[in-house]
Design a protein around this ligand. Structure first.
Ligand SMILES: C[S@@+](CC[C@H](N)C(=O)[O-])C[C@H]1O[C@@H](n2cnc3c(N)ncnc32)[C@H](O)[C@@H]1O
Length: 210
């Protein structure tokens, strides 16, 4: 097997795996996501949309673009978009270098993505660039546990294996701090926990471009 075949197989496996995991995760966050995403309209960019778990919360009239790095997610995304009747455009690429003009979208959605990208600071810079003035980045992320807690210790211990098995996902990023210091005009963040091992601490909220 060549190296590129190996990485292709790994990405295909991850697409299948995340689709299974989200069947358990999604019902636990559904109510919060509906509140966050249900009222959005206009042109929406979703970064790292995975298998399309967020379509069910969106207004069917939105104009949705998905920027996804793993092309094996595309069949899942197309199926889910069709199921919820959402006009969609799938773009393969990285959220670190978005192939979109400045000031071109009303909202950017990201769920469980800042944990996975190599450079979250660069992703936030790109989010701010592509948002129209007054546009919002709306997010849900799992984050680092408080230091000194059992969950924090477990996150440190499992991190190397976790990163490797979950396609680069870091269980212990302080993404709230990365968002707060990214230069948005206004930021609102709610910290909460979900009943899961390792990745229970979460944040959700929005960041507004001035
Ligand atoms: C943990 S999954 C979350 C998927 C989905 N947002 C959800 O909530 O189920 C992380 C997603 O980010 C994507 N991703 C990772 N790095 C990326 C990048 N640099 N640019 C765009 N997407 C990326 C992965 O392929 C994957 O679909």
């Amino acid at each position: 097997m060549t190296q590129s075949e190996f990485w292709g197989l790994r990405r295909r496996w991850f697409a299948w795996g995340i689709n299974q995991v989200m069947k358990v995760y999604e019902p636990r966050i559904a109510e919060r996501k509906l509140q966050l995403f249900g009222g959005l309209n206009g042109r929406i960019l979703e970064i790292g949309p995975g298998t399309g778990v967020n379509f069910k919360y969106l207004n069917p009239n939105v104009d949705w673009i998905g920027l996804e790095y793993n092309q094996y997610m595309f069949p899942y995304l197309a199926r889910e978009a069709d199921r919820y009747g959402i006009k969609h455009e799938l773009v393969q690429g990285s959220a670190q270098e978005m192939p979109l003009p400045d000031n071109s979208v009303d909202y950017v959605i990201g769920t469980l993505v800042l944990c996975s990208v190599p450079n979250p600071v660069q992703v936030l810079r790109e989010i701010e660039r592509v948002l129209k003035p007054g546009g919002r980045y709306v997010f849900v992320e799992h984050v680092a546990a408080e230091s000194g807690t059992l969950t924090g210790m477990i996150q440190s211990v499992v991190k190397p294996l976790w990163c490797c098995c979950a396609d680069g996902c870091h269980p212990d990023r302080k993404s709230w701090a990365t968002i707060e210091t990214a230069g948005f005009a206004e930021v609102a963040i709610d910290h909460f926990k979900l009943k899961f091992p390792v990745v229970s601490p979460h944040i959700s909220g929005y960041a507004l471009k001035g």
